[in-house]
Design a protein around this ligand. Structure first.
Ligand SMILES: [Ca+2]
Length: 84
């Protein structure tokens, strides 16, 4: 429910053409953010190796996507993966 509200809010921001926040979320495409939140099952703000198993390509490249090597994929790391 919370995730749906966040996605809806982002879509509204895009539709109305102004950024409500200056955070990373505002810089990330709504579809990337939506994919991130759907994979972040626990809603902790990062994707664990276990959660990444739901995405074959992400799981296969997990070590490369986890640029800072902290064992989880953050939104900015996921954005790099999705947009490059
Ligand atoms: Ca990381």
């Amino acid at each position: 429910m919370k995730k749906t509200l966040i996605s809806t809010a982002l879509l509204l921001v895009s539709a109305t053409g102004f950024a409500a926040t200056s955070g990373l979320e505002a810089q990330v495409e709504a579809n990337v953010y939506e994919a991130f939140t759907s994979l972040d099952v626990a809603g902790e703000g990062f994707i664990t190796l276990e959660e990444a198993q739901a995405h074959d390509e992400l799981f296969a490249q997990f070590m490369d996507v986890d640029v800072n090597g902290d064992g989880v994929i953050s939104l900015d790391e996921f954005n790099e993966f999705m947009t490059n």
